[in-house]
Design a protein around this ligand. Sequence first.
Ligand code: DHB
Ligand code: MG
Length: 220
Amino acid sequence: MTGVVPEAIEAYAAEHTRPGHPLLADVAAETLATEKAHGMMVGLLEGRFLETLVWLSGARRILEIGCFTGYSALSMAAALPPEGTIVTCELDPERAAAARRHFDASPWADQIEIRIGPALDSLRDLDGPFDLVFIDADKPSNPDYFAWALALSRRGSLIVVDNVVRGGAVTDAASDDPRVQGVRRSFDLLKEEHRVSTTAIQTVGSKGWDGFVLALVVGA
Ligand code: DHB
Ligand code: MG
């Protein structure tokens, strides 16, 4: 992956970022040790960013599409009010089990619910509106996930889409990578979607961050 942000700057920023809840470091260490695809994990800088978004938005109901081992949900949970909740969707039962273990070891065990199975099935059973939606699952389905996020939102909801740069590959119109194609299709849809105000942030480091879209729902 092409790093847009020089590695030394990313490392410096991480070194000068106060860690979140101590459990997060344990989740990261276990995921690094046990998951080949550990690069999919939201790391320290993005985790703290998500936490900030929850504080800023005052979100009480959060929907996450793509739980992985729970780092991002735990990062967001830290900023929830006591009555706040997160519903997080995970395809892989083993990853869901690992995430559940981490949630149960946290102060937010009762506030986080995991829906196991294809997210497109789980989403059908949910009632909105959610205040914040974080999309971080299989990239080919991003256009569908975005449509669901909008359907389950209200005016003022914030939709965050992870990994929209694909290490720079997003600009390759001829890419045969279905993940790149999924991201590109969702950008095409976003451009025509008048119900949201969006921006794409290109925080691409050597690991972890791979850009994201912030979409604020401004229309019904
Ligand atoms: C991939 C997915 C992610 O959610 C991520 O943060 C990084 C990489 C991937 O599918 O390659
Ligand atoms: Mg991601």
